[in-house]
Design a protein around this ligand. Structure first.
Ligand code: ADP
Ligand code: MG
Length: 330
């Protein structure tokens, strides 16, 4: 088969009629010109975010392309969720080592399936040959003043987490031989790593309830730390309350306790939401959990005193806390 040209590749895998102008989703001009033209909902603010996934850094080069397509969009959707924004338009910039149709078809399947779920249209991008690297820009909308920021937490607020933390990094710890999962546990943990479910619906419902929010992408300690810093407050967390899977619980009770604790508190790649809300809103959050069919756990309290304390079941602070992942740390 003749090699695909750059434009054939874009046309075949990334340009979809259902994402073109005229679909009533605010696309005046879609893929094909020098820029897309978009018509945001009058009066709304645009939320803009971009995330890059680099081969060998964020994923293994031989990862299932469908999972990669899913994740490239999911990590951006998670940022929209954390802002309480409605995701709308995506741009996809990719460096690809070659134009492998099978790989591209898989990637596009994963990407567009998730895009459809969330009503996101792909309106442009850039395609170049190079070491595998994918960069998605996502634009969303939020009513003025309604975005969920990191800086709004107040002393006395409850701290909440969605879902469960640590499974994604448990998969990596298992692969690295730091602990041993059963085959079933490993399958669940790999799925958490490869196919995170961005909490977009939760983010939208938290408008008007949450005082601050962040998505947990680099581990709870680091990401909650960003909220505390931005809000100029501290926090006390109950270790026992931090939601985790049975697989992680089993590791915590084993000789791999320390590695498992790292996964839970600082593992990263969770894409759950951590948010704060006034304690008077506790019943609203509990009702929301039932409405969305999504576990929401109250894990601690914001304090006026700066600093993050994680307490064990006897009220003793863990020290030291595992550190968050930093791409440039020595
Ligand atoms: P330019 O050279 O003017 O930047 P390109 O030739 O790179 O334009 O791209 C042509 C059109 O295809 C543009 O509308 C661009 O947004 C779109 N495009 C390029 N790559 C992708 C991609 N991977 N996914 C979606 N759209 C893309
Ligand atoms: Mg270009």
């Amino acid at each position: 088969m003749a090699a695909l040209t750059e434009f054939e590749l874009i046309d075949r895998f990334f340009r979809r009629q259902e994402n073109d102008a005229g679909n009533a989703r605010g696309i005046v001009l879609g893929i094909g010109d020098d820029a897309a033209l978009l018509a945001p909902t009058p009066g709304s603010q645009l939320a803009a975010s971009v995330d890059m996934l680099v081969s060998g850094r964020h994923f293994f080069a031989d990862v299932d392309p469908e999972a990669l397509g899913h994740k490239a969009l999911a990590v951006n959707l998670s940022d929209m969720a954390a802002m309480g924004a409605t995701p709308r338009w995506a741009l996809l910039a990719g460096a690809l080592p070659d134009a492998d149709p099978q790989w591209l078809a898989g990637f596009a399947r994963g990407f567009f399936a998730l895009a459809k779920t969330h009503g996101v249209d792909l309106v442009g991008g850039d395609t170049t040959r190079g070491p595998l690297n994918l960069c998605v820009t996502l634009l969303g909308e939020v009513p003025p003043g309604k975005a969920l920021l990191r800086g709004g937490a107040l002393a006395g607020d409850s701290i909440w987490l969605s879902g469960a933390l640590g499974d994604a990094s448990l998969a990596l710890a298992h692969q690295a031989g730091r602990l041993v999962l059963t085959a079933d546990e490993a399958a669940v943990c790999w799925n958490a790593l490869l196919r995170p479910a961005p909490r977009v619906a939760l983010g939208l419902k938290l408008r008007g309830i949450a005082s601050a929010a962040i998505d947990v992408s680099d581990g709870l300690v680091g990401d909650l730390g960003h909220v505390l810093e931005a809000s100029k407050v501290g926090a006390v967390l109950e270790l026992a309350a931090i939601p985790r899977s049975e697989a992680l619980d089993r590791q915590l009770a084993s000789s791999a306790h320390d590695a498992a604790l790292r996964c839970l508190l600082a593992g990263g790649d969770d894409y759950e939401l951590c948010f704060t809300a006034a304690p008077s809103r506790d019943p609203s959050v509990i009702a929301l959990s039932a409405e969305l069919g999504l576990e929401l756990r109250r894990v601690g309290t914001i304090t006026a005193e700066p600093g993050l304390i994680v307490q064990d079941s006897l009220g003793r602070p863990l020290a030291p806390l595992p550190e968050a992942y930093d791409h440039f740390a020595a």
